[in-house]
Write a protein that binds this ligand. Structure first.
Ligand SMILES: Cc1ncc(COP(=O)(O)O)c(C=O)c1O
Length: 486
């Protein structure tokens, strides 16, 4: 099976066909083994050329959705629909915990940046999907036009033009934001860290999703806070009833969550739940730290609104960055800090950690050229294709009982392997074969995700990466066999 990086030019009509077929399968109107509509009929029905339908069918064949039979046409692959979704999680113990990753964290990440390693262990779209040339052009242009500004500090809250451009982005989500509300940070990581330090102190309880992004747990560990893990539904996000119960019995100082596309589950909280969550916190005067880094990489038709857009009490600190959508290395993030704005600005100022001037100015230049929105349209489509194909490849390569998340955005899969598959052991074995992957144990302080992996689908499914997935599947199968024979 050879799959190329999706061509961008023909995008619209071709997508229409792909989506039409995927929707028929999803609704059950086309079942495994059924014949797909003929090229001619579908081209008439959707008013597209036969060549477009044919190209889309060939791509669906590469993704394992359709199978061509000589002289008979295309059929839905018998494996389609047989991917097990991640089950809803069993209730976690609702006790706040100290996080203790210690050495484990460092050990796992020592190899994450090694370019020889197949990058299933990071979480980012590869440069193939990023506008390298146009961003570099914007950067060169800003340096040659404003060399002195580039060399000088830009202190918090950060470059005004950049902040204004960021407010434009919030228009897509009907969120009213003023440039004065934004503080530019060095990536979302700094925004999250400043937010945590601002709303809580050592010993305080922070409610988080379970599973949650490990760097958040790492920050909680380093700041001496306690993590209270709240059940998180693979589709709808944090369980609000469980959270409410926790509020009744514990002194929770803040909630940290990603309502728009969590890492690792890829779930998307329904709008009514976001509103209910923000209201629940407002009633108790408890701040929410929103991690919105994947908010712009959604797969649905409509941009999801950040929780911030429901925040009438200025209690939500909404953190985001361009790391997942544009250039992780530029380290440009921000926080909309509500009533904590001054505290956050002071805290950033106090550490003299002004964010790179060149990168702020270049990002503002790029955003104001209008290219970002066009790039995002392509990136969403690319990541959706990458994820669809990633699910297919994992399901083909891993043991049959494996369950795979169905993300509603982003670029990672959350994979539950049969019990007996130890994620750390698989991580170590994979590393010996130059394959990176993230063991599930990192996504909880309770270590309850031992038999899980997070798999990045942000790198093109070329032959090397496909072979890497097959090898990873074999490692998982062998590990399972070894555990059974012990
Ligand atoms: C959920 C989540 N939040 C925050 C970050 C950090 O973003 P940045 O690189 O902008 O610091 C990441 C990066 O992987 C992430 O996955």
């Amino acid at each position: 099976m050879t799959v190329s990086v999706p061509a961008h030019a023909e995008s619209f009509k071709y997508d229409q066909v792909t989506r039409y077929i995927n929707d028929l399968i999803e609704k059950g109107d086309l079942k495994p083994g059924d014949k797909a509509p003929s090229l001619r009929n579908l081209s008439k029905q959707l008013s597209v050329s036969i060549a477009t339908v044919s190209q889309s069918y060939l791509n669906l064949e590469d993704q394992g959705v359709l199978k061509a039979k000589p002289q008979s046409g295309f059929f839905v692959d018998s494996q389609v629909g047989q991917i097990n979704d991640i089950p809803k999680s069993a209730t976690t113990s609702s006790q706040p915990r100290k996080v203790r990753f210690g050495e484990l964290f460092e050990e796992i990440f020592r190899n994450a940046v090694n370019p020889r390693i197949i990058p299933f262990g990071v979480s980012a779209p590869s440069v193939e999907y990023l506008p390298v040339k146009s961003l570099t052009r914007a950067t060169r242009s800003i340096i040659s036009r404003h060399p002195k500004r580039c060399m000088d500090f830009i202190f918090p809250p950060g470059d005004r033009k950049l902040r204004e451009q960021i407010t434009e982005q919030y228009r897509h989500t009907s969120t009213r934001v003023s440039a004065d509300d934004i503080i530019i940070t060095s990536g979302a990581t700094e925004a999250l860290s400043l937010s945590l330090q601002t709303v809580a102190k050592r010993g305080d309880i922070i409610a988080v999703e379970s599973p949650t992004y490990f760097a958040v747990l790492r920050m909680i560990e380093k700041m001496g806070m306690l993590a209270l893990e709240i059940d998180t539904d693979p589709e709808t996000g944090m369980n609000l009833e469980a959270l409410e119960e926790a509020f009744d019995t514990m002194d929770i100082k803040a909630v940290l969550a990603s309502p728009n596309i969590s890492n690792p589950l890829g779930c998307l909280m329904p709008e009514e739940n976001k509103r209910a969550l923000v209201n629940m916190l407002a009633e108790r005067d408890i701040p929410m730290i929103e991690d919105d880094v994947y908010g712009s990489i959604y797969f649905g038709d409509k941009a999801p609104r950040p929780a911030k857009s429901y925040d009438l009490n200025n209690l939500v600190l909404s953190c985001s960055s361009f790391s997942k959508s544009l250039a992780p290395g530029y380290r440009i993030g921000w926080v909309l800090a509500g009533r904590y704005k001054n505290k956050i600005r002071e805290l950033k100022q106090a550490t003299f950690s002004a964010t790179s001037s060149i990168n702020q100015l270049a990002m503002a230049e790029f955003l104001s050229s209008g290219q970002y929105d066009r790039h995002l349209v392509r990136l969403r489509k690319d990541m959706r294709d990458q994820i669809d194909q990633g699910r297919y490849l994992v399901s083909k390569s891993f043991p049959e009982e494996t369950c795979i998340s169905k993300p509603q955005g982003g670029n990672v899969l959350w994979v539950e392997m049969p019990r007996g598959c130890n994620g750390i052991e698989i991580f170590n074995r994979a590393l010996q074969q130059n394959i990176g992957v993230t063991p599930g144990i990192l996504f909880s302080a309770t270590r309850r995700f031992k038999n899980y992996l997070r798999v990045n689908c942000g790198a093109p499914w070329n032959e090397v990466n496909q072979a890497g997935m097959e090898t990873l599947g074999k490692i998982v199968t062998d590990t399972l066999a070894d555990s059974k024979s012990k």
